[in-house]
Design a protein around this ligand. Structure first.
Ligand code: DC
Length: 255
């Protein structure tokens, strides 16, 4: 099976072409940056992170997809979401790869393409539920650090700036008004051909955010040094443009 290391050449776009440059960067002396994007469901993290990664020629890592892949395995193997030891064992044994295919990124879990299978409401709930377990977080955070430690990455999730890479070169906390977040999530699911109800989508989103923000281990919160961006009524291009501007400013001030 292809590993993440050899499936991603890390491209480099010079600063003047809209990229981030390559020069030794600030305290971390990384040649390629680590960019963290956190925030609640439906804030636009995935679309923005994907677009930003493309713009910079960086690797996009969707950490939520990793919790979702584990949730799918939990469902298939019948392990109890409360069985901490079994969950830790399962999480530690997973092989997750992100494989770029044209404009898309396919997600492989233990060699199987789970890209579509992990996007159901049931898996969303289960992913949020198992992500509260300390053992699960330890295993997946370790995997995420390995994937991102060389830099040249945009990672999105709930704890990237606070736990996974507290020394990330640029951190963003993306949010949007609740109604708009629910609408985005609803349209995303409808586009995928799912038959769902708007009210139900909204309720599930509120419940999941509540859960992700209140759990004991690595709850969703804005890192102190993260830049807060409200994406309500703003286009993806606008948000990405703002991020690129902030990243460039950061590079300059770190030099
Ligand atoms: O981003 P997403 O909706 O695909 O994530 C699914 C769930 O995974 C989310 O409800 C909480 C969990 N998650 C997490 O705990 N930490 C992350 N870094 C990413 C996701």
């Amino acid at each position: 099976m292809e590993s993440i290391e050899n499936s991603f050449p890390i491209w480099y776009t010079p600063l003047e072409k809209g990229g981030c440059g390559t020069g030794m960067v600030g305290k971390s002396k990384r040649k390629r940056l680590i960019i963290a994007i956190d925030g609640p469901s439906g804030a636009g993290k995935s679309t923005v992170a994907k677009s930003l990664a493309k713009r910079l020629g960086y690797l996009y890592i969707d950490t939520g997809a990793m919790y979702r892949s584990l949730a799918l395995k939990v469902k298939e193997t019948g392990i109890s979401p409360e069985d901490e030891i079994a969950l830790h064992k399962l999480a530690s044994s997973l092989h997750i790869s992100f494989i770029p295919k044209g404009e898309q990124t396919r997600i492989l879990c233990d060699g199987r393409d789970v890209t579509e299978g992990i996007r159901t409401p049931e898996i969303s709930r289960l992913a949020s539920n198992i992500s509260k377990q300390k053992g699960v977080r330890e295993a997946l955070v370790q995997m995420q650090r390995k994937m991102g430690e060389m830099g040249g990455v945009v990672l999105e999730g709930r704890d990237i700036g606070t736990v996974v890479f507290p020394d990330a070169d640029a951190k963003f906390y993306l949010d949007a008004e609740g109604e708009e977040r629910a609408r985005r999530r609803y349209h995303e699911m409808v586009e995928k051909g799912m038959k769902i109800d708007f009210k139900r989508t909204q309720e599930e989103l509120i419940q999941r955010d509540h859960h992700d923000m209140r759990r004991d281990h690595s709850p969703l919160r804005k890192a102190e040094d993260a830049v807060f961006i409200d994406s309500t009524r703003r286009s993806v291009e606008e948000v990405v443009e703002e991020m690129v501007r902030i990243i460039k400013e950061k590079i300059k001030s770190d030099e």
